[in-house]
Write a protein that binds this ligand. Structure first.
Ligand SMILES: [Zn+2]
Length: 446
């Protein structure tokens, strides 16, 4: 089994799952179609609720090669974990036997993952293009399309949009931040990144939509947008994203190559930041999906983000990182159960944001620190933003859904997901602005 949660690894009420011994689906074992793409034909996604005493079921699943636990969500009312378990066809009976041995009921949530992936990709012919750029919110676009949209925005709205190259990925793709600013000096700033984990496709799609709203519908929310400078990095892991589009839809990490372990590619970028690095909820095994890397900031992508945040730390008041899935508005810390000093402020802002987010479609989010909602995760960007850079409002979001489709969120849900997230972020900006005015201080304390 490879422990590859929506975002974080686990430490559940004292039960530590030893992630470093996790053995992911071996590259050689993955079935590939003629064009080299990994096929998930016949893979099923099972959902099961696991009361705490039965949690060792995870160890038993571990013996089934290729099983991948997509997500763990802790339900503190029912004192149980909801597990989404991706199961290859050849071990399906074995996994069902494990469920039965532990007397766990389960549901089949996705009957055939490859069919879900094919539906998600859909038929591009049906889509229309806007003049000047190929971007829509009706399908999941390539990194190239996203770049064209960024170029378009800068060309069409030069008074609002400036593109900043903050670095290069391992495979030499440019990491591009779009700055949206109505001008003026000494404004507070908001950072938003998407796509740190490459298989969470709705995250970069949502980041692009937010950019579209900030720029092309600037007049609609002009007042609150103008109170801040906005820095958006829609695609923080472009190599991984490209890999998910052409080779393996479920790739999560970067694509860096470790010469000592050339068969195990990539690092979990959200375990690679230097704050309590490798102190829990991450793995030292290069083959693991939550591999923290050979050292903190071993990845050019995390270094680029670090450098930009540090360079702009006086201006930045909000750090927001978008992941998927589980519908959570998460607060620091990820590295321990201890709450940050400004927890009450963070919580209040998150509450306003999620209330606004819920209005359009009734989508409910949970709020809490990462271990409260999931489990301990160290080396995350959100912890680094608050703890080291000192950005007072640091949030990590898990967008839709709750596991019906998981990472393979149908394209019809891009627009509502992006729209509601934008509503939440707008309310967050408003709430932070009011707090900054009240405190009239840049030190909220971490
Ligand atoms: Zn993630």
């Amino acid at each position: 089994m490879r422990v590859t949660t929506a975002c974080v690894a686990l430490l559940a009420l004292g039960l530590v799952i030893e992630t470093s011994r996790a053995h992911p689906l071996q590259e050689s074992r993955k079935r590939r179609s003629e064009d080299g793409t990994v096929s998930y034909s016949g893979y099923k996604l099972f959902r099961t609720d696991v009361p705490l005493p039965q949690l060792p079921v995870v160890d038993s699943l571990d013996s089934s090669d290729g099983v991948d636990v997509w997500s763990w969500r802790y339900n503190d009312q029912r004192l149980e974990y909801e597990l989404d378990v991706l199961t290859p066809p050849d071990v399906e009976q074995q996994v069902k036997q494990v469920f039965s041995d532990y007397q766990l009921n389960y549901q089949e949530v996705i009957e055939d993952l490859q069919s879900a992936i094919n539906l998600e990709l859909g038929d591009d012919e049906l889509l229309w293009n806007r003049p000047g750029h190929p971007m829509t919110w009706e399908k999941y676009h390539s990194g190239e399309d996203m770049n064209q949209f960024l170029d378009y925005l800068q060309g069409r709205y030069p008074h609002l949009v400036t593109l900043i190259e903050i670095g290069k990925s391992f495979e030499n793709r440019t990491l591009r931040v779009a700055k949206v600013s109505t001008g003026g000096e000494n404004k507070p700033a908001i950072w938003i990144d998407g796509g740190i984990h490459s298989r969470e496709w709705v995250s970069p799609a949502t980041a692009m939509f937010i950019l579209h709203r900030l720029v092309e519908f600037n007049w609609e929310d002009h007042e609150i947008i103008s109170e801040f400078d906005w820095y958006i990095l829609p695609l923080a892991n472009p190599d991984g994203y490209e890999y998910t589009r052409h080779h393996d839809r479920l790739w999560r990490k970067t694509r860096s190559i470790n010469p000592e372990m050339p068969k195990c590619v990539g690092v979990d970028a959200n375990r690679n930041f230097e704050l309590k690095w490798m102190e829990g909820g991450s793995s030292s095994n290069p083959c693991s999906d939550i591999y923290a890397g050979p050292s903190p900031f071993s990845e050019p992508e995390t270094r680029a983000i670090r450098d930009f945040l540090l360079e702009n730390k006086d201006q930045l008041k909000v750090y927001l990182s978008m992941h998927a899935y589980s519908q959570m508005w998460m607060l620091p810390w990820g590295h321990s159960q201890v709450r940050p000093k400004n927890y009450d402020d963070l919580f209040e802002v998150a509450q306003k944001a999620t209330n606004a987010l819920e209005k359009s479609y009734g989508t409910k989010y949970r709020i809490g620190t990462i271990p409260e909602l999931l489990y301990v995760a160290t080396g995350s960007s959100g912890d680094y933003a608050l703890g080291t850079v000192g950005i007072p409002y640091s949030f990590s979001l898990e967008l839709r859904d709750l596991g019906r489709y998981g990472f393979i969120l149908p394209r019809e849900q891009i627009m509502p997901t992006a729209q509601e997230t934008y509503d939440g972020i707008k309310a967050m900006a408003q709430a932070v602005f009011e707090k900054l005015q009240m405190t009239n201080s840049t030190q909220i304390g971490a």
